[in-house]
Design a binder for this molecule. Structure first.
Ligand SMILES: C[S@@+](CC[C@H](N)C(=O)[O-])C[C@H]1O[C@@H](n2cnc3c(N)ncnc32)[C@H](O)[C@@H]1O
Length: 388
């Protein structure tokens, strides 16, 4: 089972299928699949839109903490870790039978350490940050799934992020946003409000077919008892051999000098300085390459600003797009729906995504090159009238 963000399930399912996983099925914020250890290693190294790869080891029913404790104790934990190892348990709860996810985590941990204590007279220690074995207990009503977490730290932590800007987007969301546009990694990719550079970095990795987690220092499965170092090396070598020369022109811009500096540092850390051009220019003054392409904007959402103010900014964005972005498919993500309406263009696609805890719309505006469809223009004019 691979966890992801809401709205990226189909993209993740395709990624898993491309890696060779079988029985791939989408669920809410997750995709289940079957595969061997090699697929599990590949999934951790190569997935752009996966947050965690969990391996289910037991499914059972429990309606109270005693049942839960007994069921967890029935598993032979020696198979998964040694008494001298460390563990951590994450609990996820959607059930009226239990009232605290931390509590179910605690009960699960107690059952495991008690089993070791009975057998050896001593117990494994808890290490929340860097355990040898991270365990996940998921309870939906009375359906419990116990999994071991092969990723460890969430896979959105690619391993090269340094300083943050105010509102960096999660790397998994960023990669998903790019893949949702259908961009094939060639031609122009333009992010004129690039912030710390998350989207341009993900775009460059897609263009070069770089495994996104190449720079991570550690994955959960590396401290498992069944870790196969030779297989892991093979998976990494094969993925690295598939890195290619970029055929893309990737450009990021931002109006704030300090922000561009942070983006430059992050890009350098990801070793992508030759793939991405940066400019410190206001969006209003940007001149996108004439050949057209894909542009993604993650503008400030201005949730706390009066709609007149943030709406005026979004209207400026729309006016600029109409004027200078002909030949572009421009995708805009925002949680501010009234402001988004002020763009004043008819969206050709409307998707929903989460940016952290914020429910967002993700709209595509196809900016036609000169000849516009008069029927669409009419609808658009009507929409503009309604939104005034
Ligand atoms: C929500 S943040 C983008 C975050 C980015 N995706 C990341 O992951 O770091 C919006 C960015 O738009 C920039 N911005 C705001 N107004 C702008 C303008 N008029 N022109 C260009 N950039 C602007 C801000 O400086 C900020 O970095």
């Amino acid at each position: 089972m691979t966890k992801t963000q809401f709205g990226l399930e189909e993209i993740l399912a395709k990624e898993l299928t491309d890696l060779g996983a079988t029985n791939v099925e989408t669920h809410n914020r997750a995709v289940s699949f079957e595969g061997n250890k090699e697929i599990m290693y590949k999934a951790n190294y190569c997935l752009r839109t996966g947050l965690k790869v969990l391996i289910p080891i037991a499914k059972f029913k429990a309606k109270n903490d005693i049942d839960l404790y007994e069921e967890v104790r029935r598993i032979d934990w020696n198979e998964y870790m040694d008494v001298d190892g460390t563990l951590a348990v994450d609990g996820i709860l959607k059930s009226e039978y239990f009232n605290h996810s931390q509590y179910i985590g605690l009960k699960t941990k107690d059952a495991i350490v008690d089993q070791f204590r009975d057998k050896y007279g001593r117990r494994p220690n808890v290490d929340v940050d860097n355990p040898d074995l991270r365990i996940n207990i998921h309870i939906n009503k009375d359906d419990c799934t116990l999994s071991i977490d092969s990723s460890g730290e969430s896979l959105h932590r690619r391993g090269f992020r340094g300083e943050m800007t105010l509102a960096p987007i999660n790397e998994v969301t960023a990669a998903g946003m790019i893949l949702l546009t259908g961009w094939d990694g060639k031609g122009v990719y333009f992010d004129p409000m690039c912030g710390s550079g998350t989207l341009v970095i993900e775009a460059a990795m897609i263009a070069k077919n770089i495994p996104p987690n190449m720079h991570r220092k550690k994955f959960g499965f590396e401290s498992w008892k069944n870790f196969d170092a030779a297989l892991w090396k093979k998976v990494k070598d094969e993925a690295i051999a598939k890195i290619k020369k970029s055929e893309a022109t990737i450009i990021g811009g931002d109006s704030v000098f300090k922000v561009i500096d942070i983006a430059r540092e992050n890009i350098k850390r990801a070793n992508l300085q030759d793939e991405i051009k940066l400019n410190n220019i206001r969006f209003e003054e940007q001149k996108p390459p004439a050949e057209g392409g894909i542009s993604i904007l993650n503008p400030p959402y201005g949730e706390r600003l009066p709609i007149e103010e943030i709406g005026a900014f979004y209207k400026t964005i729309g006016d600029k797009l109409k004027k200078d972005f002909k030949g572009y498919n421009v995708w805009i993500i925002s949680s501010n729906i009234p402001a988004l309406k002020k763009i004043g263009l008819q969206a050709s696609k409307k998707l929903q995504l989460m940016n952290g805890a914020l429910e967002c719309k993700y709209h595509c505006y196809s900016i036609y090159d000169g000849t516009r469809d008069p029927k669409k223009l009419k609808i658009q004019e009507q929409e503009n009238e309604e939104n005034k």
